[in-house]
Design a protein around this ligand. Structure first.
Ligand SMILES: NC(=O)c1ccc[n+]([C@@H]2O[C@H](COP(=O)([O-])OP(=O)(O)OC[C@H]3O[C@@H](n4cnc5c(N)ncnc54)[C@H](O)[C@@H]3O)[C@@H](O)[C@H]2O)c1
Length: 377
């Protein structure tokens, strides 16, 4: 298959969909890989590394879209890319269709095959192409929180790990899923005193078994939250209710209970946030202060560490990309249910229920499309 990797052009997107290691793997299976000049530079991968791995470099985005059967990207195409997309071209990237009717209608009109990273799903209902970004954000939450606890950045002036003779800082984590677990590991590693709250007792039991002794678990409820925020230095919001807006576990009035210089990192801000006073911020201006409490609410935290994020993402996407390239999307989706669930928009039809419901569009059964493709083959 001919695979194309364009340079991302969405504002502040520094990741790239394929590393030189990924090029080597695809080449080993007999595929041809075209990479746009400078596509990997912001993630730390030079053109020379892609060439050494067997990629062919193309100077413009038009040439990459023009030649490729499968486009591998990170972010959804933006308006200036729509016209570059060809009928039947396979696009393997994050789309988040349900949040953009314009994008959905543009891809329907183009007749492209849109396989969305975010809806590829394992039989245990986990989302293997979203997990790596949650892992990055969870670990970063502690790094950023520790930084903003410094006095010049308006924090309490506390070193999370303390020093001999001085007690460590207290970290409260709301939600013990992927983000919360990774955050807890980092905070515990720094020597902080960590509390994870979740509504799932089974999850708390598991975390209690695997976490080091400086991590304790607590049931998440309003009473416990009100008690714990009085003594916490860093509070990390990491809850998720799939398909719903995050619940406001920390309300405006609760800020008064916190000590001045407490730092809030609301990782769940991309789902509306679990702290009422949070609103999305950017890496250029990541924080704001309300009632002397520092709020950090960057909606795309992994964007600040593009090298780590690119490698983490491509570690997860490459096995699927190989299946798509080796078998073609039709056979790969017939053989692999994970990938089949990633099909959102195919040749002018919506195949994903959430997208059809979001915009009142007709839903086509994915199996009927795959059967028809088999008959045509
Ligand atoms: N800002 C960013 O850059 C960024 C990056 C990655 C992920 N995220 C977001 O981080 C959030 C967490 O993602 P995840 O992958 O860890 O999800 P996850 O599903 O693995 O974990 C969510 C956890 O929240 C728990 N929960 C639900 N309601 C709760 C409540 N009332 N109190 C306490 N816990 C509750 C669930 O039981 C679950 O354990 C999501 O909103 C995700 O979109 C943001």
């Amino acid at each position: 298959m001919v695979i194309g990797v364009p340079k991302e052009i969405k504002n502040n997107e520094n990741r790239v969909a394929l590393t030189p290691a990924g090029v080597t793997e695809l080449r080993k299976h007999g595929h041809t890989v075209y990479v746009q000049v400078n596509a990997g530079v912001s993630s730390g991968f030079e053109d020379a590394e892609y060439i050494a791995a067997g990629a062919q470099m193309l100077p413009t985005i038009e040439e990459v879209y023009g030649i490729a059967e499968m486009i591998m990207k990170v972010k959804e195409p933006i308006a200036q890319e729509y016209d570059l997309i060809k009928e039947n071209q396979l696009l393997f990237t994050y789309f988040h269709f349900a949040s953009s009717e314009e994008l959905t209608r543009a891809m329907l009109a183009k007749g492209a095959v849109c396989l969305a990273y975010e809806t590829v799903e394992r039989p245990d209902r986990s989302l293997p192409l979203l997990v790596p970004m949650s892992e990055v954000a969870g670990r970063m939450a502690v790094q950023e929180g520790a930084k903003y606890l410094e006095k010049p950045l308006k924090g309490r002036g506390i070193l999370l790990g303390g020093v001999p003779g001085v007690k460590p800082g207290n970290v409260l984590i709301l939600g013990g899923g992927i983000v919360g677990t990774q955050a807890a590991k980092m905070a515990a590693g720094l020597g902080a005193h960590v509390t994870i709250m979740d509504v799932s007792l089974a999850r708390l039991r598991y975390l209690s078994d695997i976490m080091p002794p400086n991590v304790q678990t607590m049931m998440s409820n309003e009473y416990n939250i009100r008690e714990m925020i009085k003594v916490s230095d860093l509070i990390i919001g990491a809850v998720l209710i799939p398909g719903a807006k995050a619940p406001h576990l920390i309300t405006r009035d609760m800020l008064k209970l916190m000590r001045a210089g407490t730092v809030l990192v609301d990782v769940a801000v991309d789902q509306g946030g679990c702290i009422e006073t949070c609103h999305p911020t950017t890496h250029e201006d990541p924080t704001f202060i309300i009632d002397d409490v520092v709020h950090y609410c960057v909606a795309n935290m992994p964007g600040a560490v593009p090298y780590t994020s690119t490698v983490a993402l491509t570690n997860a996407t490459l096995p699927y990309a190989l299946q798509l390239a080796n078998k073609g999307w039709q056979q790969a989706c017939r053989d692999n249910m994970d990938l089949r669930l990633g099909l959102n928009v195919v040749e002018g039809k919506v195949l994903y229920q959430g997208v059809a419901e979001a915009f009142g569009l007709p839903l086509t059964d994915v199996n009927s499309v795959l059967t028809r493709e088999a008959e045509l083959a």
